[in-house]
Design a protein around this ligand. Structure first.
Ligand SMILES: C[S@@+](CC[C@H](N)C(=O)[O-])C[C@H]1O[C@@H](n2cnc3c(N)ncnc32)[C@H](O)[C@@H]1O
Length: 386
């Protein structure tokens, strides 16, 4: 199977089975990765170019081939004749004339520019509208453009070694940014972990000697805090997702629903890295933006409120509440409600707990690390018992 055939197969699996691109691509680097992530990243922009030349409704299997061709023509340096010749081959015989004609028109460079900023940056209109309303137009576009950058995994070093072809994170210690896939790295020395995620873990580690990680799976933040010498207890509702942590150190792992934590005592610090819409991680998981509906946010928000209420119940001194969502319903609103119904807690300033590199991303008492930083977006509130 050549790279384009493989990319098409993977794209169909990601879409058809609602899989995460980052997981499906774990063992692919180079051109396959560029093609799959590129098509997912630029989808609405590609569809705009395709539909400006296609007068009829396009079958999904043909549309995927056209998207693959349009991406190469609009966003790579591959010669247009090669793109057209190779991509047409991916289409069923009966559709090749049509695919050939559309790709040639796109290659001619006469596709109009999309009028809306959402289509230009290939994000859903509703998401750009809400980012614009709470971050302002300029930062909303910067976030959307950062989502469109090709990205590779970051890794936490567990051995002190420096991974090949990498640079040190300037946001947080212990994290290296790779320039390729992490497939070749030995899992006992390295743990794939975004630097934004490590920033959250560093904040929790700075908040207490003892950390209960209440939504811990797959376990990056727990592991990070453990590498900082913290006594860490990890809990998550999903046994399957906890498996990597259980394999490492089963003594401190508990499977439980965080809304009913089974602990008879408090922990100095509780980290609640809540399940969320993940709109801060679109750069690494571009498929998210096409799956998520604005109406999904309410259910996340309800679950987050319940989890934060129980997290405060077991927090002795501090509770670090984080999500990788940029949406206020999942962050500020959840915290405001928890503080209103738990007056024994107050919002602490995140700054004294934060690694120095994230200073520019602190907004009042809250860390709002957004993707222009190069890291996944995370919003972090620290709540402290009065
Ligand atoms: C954002 S992820 C956590 C990532 C993790 N902190 C890390 O750094 O590897 C959210 C987690 O919440 C878990 N979760 C969802 N509902 C939960 C619940 N009711 N109680 C506890 N955990 C839950 C999911 O299984 C998922 O692992």
């Amino acid at each position: 199977m050549n790279d384009r055939e493989r990319a098409l197969t993977l794209l169909r699996r990601i879409e058809g089975e609602s899989l995460y691109a980052s997981l499906v691509l774990q063992n692919d680097s180079g051109f396959v990765r560029t093609l799959v992530l590129g098509v997912l990243r630029w989808r609405s922009r590609l569809d705009f170019a395709i539909s400006s030349f296609a007068a009829r409704r396009i079958e999904p299997e043909i549309l995927d081939v056209l998207r693959l061709g349009a991406f190469q023509l609009l966003f790579t340096d591959v010669a247009a004749y090669a793109v057209v010749a190779e991509t047409v081959e991916l289409a069923p015989r009966w559709a090749r004339g049509f695919v050939n004609a559309i790709l040639r028109k796109i290659a001619s460079g006469k596709a109009p520019e999309p009028a809306s900023v959402a289509t230009r940056t290939a994000h859903p209109e509703w998401l750009m509208d809400r980012w614009t309303s709470f971050f302002g137009a300029e930062r909303a576009v910067a976030i959307a453009l950062a989502d469109q950058q090709l990205s590779y995994p970051d890794v936490l070093t567990l051995s002190g070694e420096v991974p090949p072809d990498s640079v040190r994170s300037d946001l947080v210690d212990g994290i290296w940014k790779l320039h390729g896939s992490s497939a070749a790295l030995d899992r006992s020395s390295w743990w794939p972990m975004d630097e934004g995620s490590a920033v959250v873990a560093a904040i929790a580690a700075n908040a207490g000697e003892e950390v209960l990680d209440l939504a811990a799976a797959p376990g990056g933040k727990s592991l990070y805090a453990a590498t900082r010498g913290r006594r860490v207890f990890s809990s998550d509702v999903s046994m399957a997702r906890l498996r990597p942590l259980i394999t490492r150190d089963p003594r401190h792992v508990v499977v439980s629903d965080g809304r009913r934590p089974p602990f008879a005592r408090r922990f100095q610090t509780v980290l609640l890295d809540a399940p969320c819409s993940a709109t801060g991680t679109i750069r690494k998981n571009p498929e998210i933006k096409w799956r998520l509906q604005e109406s999904d946010l309410a259910a996340f928000s309800r679950l987050q409120r319940d989890l934060l209420t129980s997290a405060l119940g077991v927090a002795g001194e501090t509770c670090v509440y984080s999500t990788c969502s940029l949406e206020p319903e999942e962050n500020d609103a959840v915290v405001a409600e928890a503080l209103a119904s738990n007056p024994e807690f107050e919002l602490a300033d995140v700054r004294p707990y934060s690694p120095p590199g994230v200073g520019p991303w602190i907004d009042g008492r809250v860390l709002r690390l957004t993707p222009e930083s190069g890291a996944d977006g995370f919003i972090v509130h620290v709540l402290r018992r009065k």
